[in-house]
Design a binder for this molecule. Structure first.
Ligand SMILES: O=P(O)(O)OP(=O)(O)OP(=O)(O)OC[C@H]1O[C@@H](n2cnc3c(O)ncnc32)[C@H](O)[C@@H]1O
Length: 183
């Protein structure tokens, strides 16, 4: 069974689709697990840590042969604030995949609120006057007029985490400990 450390449909659906195509026949289940980081992770390191924590907790569920952690983070630099995805895929045999997906530059008014410590989900909800946009089109759907929705954003990141499973001869089996050098 494939266990995803989230019940958000914008994450579960792309996992279902990608796994159905690449590893057909596996059951995919979502469970809520603690990310162990802030609700709005800031920067690569904290976002990676959240994805790792979720993946590890997912793999620890009874019957899990795969554990997935998907975490969205925000990063600030000279050009503004960016939203990006990190996906961690752990398999019980010790093989793992990791990807950082594309990034979208957030509007200045969104960035200002993020810098004050607010979470992206509610900020985007306020911006469009709707609830739970993070479970549907997401920030990326709102900003691209739905040309890229959150599910597609995640699908892309998930695909980019697959090479160690698709081309195992190119990626040594170093074990999950390798992924956690500083934990
Ligand atoms: O149920 P979980 O898996 O926790 O899903 P989440 O969307 O709340 O959690 P993430 O860790 O992926 O995202 C961290 C924060 O960024 C927000 N966020 C991330 N991507 C977003 C998007 O595309 N649109 C709106 N909010 C987003 C989200 O609301 C969270 O507050």
């Amino acid at each position: 069974m494939v266990v995803v450390g989230s019940t958000n449909p914008a994450k579960l659906e792309p996992v279902r689709r990608v796994f159905a195509e690449v590893f057909p026949g596996l059951e995919v289940r979502g469970v809520e697990v603690p990310s162990g980081v802030r609700a709005q992770p800031i920067g690569y390191h904290e976002t990676l840590q959240g994805a790792l924590n979720r993946a590890r907790a997912a793999l620890a569920q009874p019957g899990a042969a795969w554990g997935l952690g998907l975490e969205a983070g925000v990063e600030f630099n000279g050009q503004g604030s960016w939203l990006f995805n990190i996906a961690v895929i752990l398999r019980a045999d010790g093989r793992w995949g990791l990807a950082r997906g594309g990034s979208v530059l957030l509007p200045p008014r969104v960035g200002e609120r993020l810098r004050r410590g607010e979470e992206l989900g509610p900020i985007m909800d306020d911006l469009v006057g709707k609830k739970d946009t993070k479970k549907g089109s997401g920030a990326v759907g709102i900003l691209t007029l739905s040309r890229i929705e959150r599910m597609e954003f995640w699908r892309h990141t998930l695909e980019l985490a697959l090479p160690p499973f698709l081309r195992p001869e190119l990626y040594p089996l170093e074990g999950v400990a390798y992924l956690f050098p500083d934990t």
